[in-house]
Design a protein around this ligand. Structure first.
Ligand SMILES: [Zn+2]
Ligand SMILES: [Zn+2]
Length: 241
């Protein structure tokens, strides 16, 4: 059926999710180039949390002082345009094609990360039941399931559940936020036997303070996970948060 997709590609062009011009692919060549340039301007980053570091460092001061529960973070771009807008389209206007766009960019720019990934299980950061009901889908899962991953990795969308918290997150400082999030994640029934001794890969869309990934990783490690990595579409450096 290759001829069919080739024909429809020209009959029904997509809009590039970034520049919104008609294109055969969800992200056009010019926009891919622009994103490549943005990525090339990112300096050295911490081997653990991916925040910017000075050239002589390999790990940032914060991680050196207190290691987070996760072992490594990889991201696509800083939380900036031109990609911030398509993420909003995906999350708030349910433009699901943008999930394919982010997966495509990850598959292009993170070929090596994908090929060498030795995780056993992939999980998306879960949404609270309320948010999931309102949105109708978990945007992170929609992206993650389109990654060109090694076949050996098990993709499990509901290994962890996100409980409703009664504490509003806004207005809390980092420590308070982490503490309140700690009770937020719980393994689904039977989850512990799946993760014991395994390398778990968490997928997220925007990582800012890192407290969500930290508390999710802490829950996983307390239940026996050997290693926890995180891939996030965007990393927000502290000066932009
Ligand atoms: Zn474009
Ligand atoms: Zn760090």
């Amino acid at each position: 059926m290759r001829w069919f997709s080739t024909v429809t590609q020209y009959l029904l062009p997509l809009l590039c999710m970034v520049c919104e011009n008609p294109q055969a692919k969800i992200v056009c060549h010019a926009c891919r180039k622009r994103i490549a340039i943005n990525r090339s301007q990112i300096g050295p980053s911490c081997a653990v949390c991916a925040l910017p570091i000075k050239p002589h460092q390999s790990i940032c001061t914060q991680c050196e002082e207190e290691r987070p529960a996760f072992d490594r973070v990889v991201y696509l771009d800083l939380y900036q345009e031109p990609l911030r807008h398509p993420l909003h389209l995906l999350k708030y206007q349910k433009r699901l094609a943008c999930a394919s766009g982010f997966a495509l960019l990850w598959n292009i720019f993170h070929q090596h990360t994908l090929k060498t990934c030795d995780a056993d299980v992939l999980i998306p950061v879960p949404l609270s039941p309320k948010k999931l009901a309102a949105r109708g889908f978990n945007q992170v899962w929609e992206i993650a399931k389109q990654f060109d991953l090694p076949k050996s990795i098990r993709l499990i969308p509901n290994l962890v559940i996100c409980q409703e918290t009664h504490t509003a997150q806004a207005g809390l400082n980092r420590a308070e936020r982490t503490a309140s999030m700690h009770e937020r994640f719980a393994l689904n029934g039977g989850g512990a036997s799946v993760i014991r001794g395994q390398h778990i890969l968490i997928i997220d869309d925007v990582m800012t303070t890192g407290s969500t990934i930290h508390s999710l990783a802490a829950t996983l490690k307390q239940s026996g996970a050997k290693q926890v990595s995180a891939w996030t579409i965007f990393r927000t450096p502290p000066w932009k948060s």
